[in-house]
Design a protein around this ligand. Structure first.
Ligand SMILES: O=P(O)(O)O[C@H]1O[C@H](CO)[C@@H](O)[C@H]1O
Ligand SMILES: O=c1cc[nH]c(=O)[nH]1
Length: 234
């Protein structure tokens, strides 16, 4: 047990999927894992361990934002020995070709503050995906009839943005979408020598204003979950 995860030693798998929403963790465990058992409910941040095609996997909520994800990812890696961590999140589309319900796989994550400023100071570190996982996820997406975009995303510290000028510059430079956790996950994975990837479903669009309701963000992103599971065990 750690401060934030109540699982006993051995109850967390080496492969962990991390949705921001703990109820998405429960939905994914119920629908995609065999024999899923609740292994964490500290602070309501639900975690489940079961199997996918015979492979052990944990689905652990990360909460929203990099400080929250950082707590769970640190404890999963350092205390439970997690080796492959895949964020399965929602994301706001930032390019006209990116449509709601498309999938974005993040090669890199641009940030303004966390984690780069606090740790790297004047250095503009580039958090980047594990290439093997990324390649496997792209392969797993083919023939699914899912719109796929692979490239740079923005990991923001705020959901309610006060800097439209930054959004404009990132849109100009091809950033596909905005979410709030992947940069910290990639940075921690690099630091600890484990694999990480962010696979996100477009839940809304900054330019069109289209937006899915919260129940759909919790319960309808099945393609993303299956892509993550297939990539983890490819
Ligand atoms: O749907 P999740 O995985 O929580 O991801 C996105 O949704 C939350 C904001 O609504 C942030 O956590 C953002 O990264
Ligand atoms: O962080 C997020 C997630 C989804 N949509 C957004 O606009 N921002």
């Amino acid at each position: 047990m750690t401060i934030h995860i109540g699982a006993a030693p051995g109850q967390i798998a080496e492969t962990v999927l991390m949705p921001g929403d703990p109820y998405r963790a429960r939905w994914a465990a119920d629908n995609f894992l065999d024999g899923a058992e609740l292994v964490n409910e500290v602070r309501g941040m639900l975690g489940f361990t079961g199997t996918y095609k015979g492979n052990r996997v944990t689905i652990q909520g990360s909460g929203m934002g990099m400080p929250s994800l950082s707590i769970y990812a640190n404890e999963l890696i350092r205390d439970y020995g997690a080796k492959t961590l895949i964020r399965v999140g929602s994301i706001g589309g930032m390019q006209p070709q990116v449509k709601v319900r498309d999938v974005i796989i993040a090669m890199t994550c641009t940030t303004v503050g966390t984690p780069s400023n606090t740790i790297f100071r004047e250095l503009n570190y580039s958090p980047c995906a594990d290439y093997g996982l990324l390649e496997a996820a792209v392969a797993a997406t083919r023939n699914r009839g899912v719109g796929l975009h692979v490239g740079g995303i923005y990991s923001s510290d705020t959901f309610y943005d006060e800097r439209p000028d930054l959004t404009e510059q990132m849109t100009r430079h091809g950033i596909l979408g905005v979410e709030m956790e992947a940069a910290e996950l990639y940075t921690l994975a690099a630091r600890h020598g484990v694999r990480a990837l962010g696979i996100m479903t477009v839940s809304d669009h900054l330019q069109t204003g289209e937006a899915l309701p919260s129940d759909q963000r919790e319960k309808t992103f099945g393609d993303m979950i299956e892509i993550a599971l297939e990539a983890a065990f490819a």
